[in-house]
Design a protein around this ligand. Structure first.
Ligand code: TIU
Length: 222
């Protein structure tokens, strides 16, 4: 019997050997006070509910030998990979590249840019540093996935309507099948969390599938 993830809008058959877990932007800059998320005016505590389910999926993926990838949104210290439009957006007093309580906001090598300790990558797990919202834009993610024969992506991380949705749409157009783990994603806006997941699975799974962490873990354990 084929292994399936009990998902919406319908069960997703998958092969663990061609499936990867990708954890999007679980960085201090989004999940802790003083980072980019907070500078945008958001209550970062709203994202922290995603941490535990994400930890559980990560543990199961590691135990079953799936390829695990992590992404981080950010820029090189000279900001040469940051579009001026992105840096200017929001007209923030303290924005991307500026010094904040956790170092320069969304700049590689700064404390705030790094992944939260609960989900820290293990040696050998690729970390994709991305300058955009989507993880495929201006990165070698697609090459890494194709070289490993990956067909299916289990997607966790933040935020649901921004970097998770953008990455899933990019992946879908490239022929990857994505299942977004509902409780292992998070948004600063409860309404966007709900609608961000709805948009993935609407119209017969126009961008992919949605399943809770316990369904994904049960499928991995099956
Ligand atoms: N602001 C917001 O919701 N998200 C981002 O800026 N980046 C990611 O989603 N990672």
């Amino acid at each position: 019997m084929a292994t399936v993830i009990k998902a919406e809008p319908y069960d997703l058959p998958f092969d663990p050997r061609t499936t990867a877990l990708i954890i999007i932007d679980m960085q201090r800059d989004f999940l802790e006070p003083g980072g980019f998320g907070a500078m945008l005016g958001n209550d970062v505590s709203l994202l922290r509910g995603a941490i535990e389910p994400c930890e559980a999926v990560l543990e199961a993926a590691r135990r079953h030998g799936l390829l695990v990838l992590h992404t981080r949104e950010g820029h090189s210290p000279d900001m040469s990979d940051c579009p001026p439009t992105k840096q200017a957006r929001g007209a923030l007093e303290c924005g991307i590249g500026d010094a904040g309580p956790m170092g320069r906001i969304l700049v590689r090598g700064e404390p705030g840019h790094d992944i939260i300790p609960e989900l820290y990558p293990m040696a050998g797990e690729p970390v994709i540093d991305k300058p955009g919202k989507g993880a495929f834009h201006a990165t070698d993610l697609e090459l890494k996935l194709r070289n490993r024969g990956i067909k299916t992506l289990i997607v966790c991380g933040v935020t649901t309507e921004v970097c998770v949705n953008t990455t899933v749409r990019e992946a879908n157009d490239r022929g990857f099948e994505c299942v977004v783990v509902s409780d292992a994603t998070g948004s600063y806006f409860p309404e966007f969390q709900r609608v961000g997941l709805e948009m993935i699975k609407a119209q017969g799974g126009i961008f992919g599938w949605v399943a809770p962490s316990d369904a994904v873990i049960a499928a991995l354990n099956a």
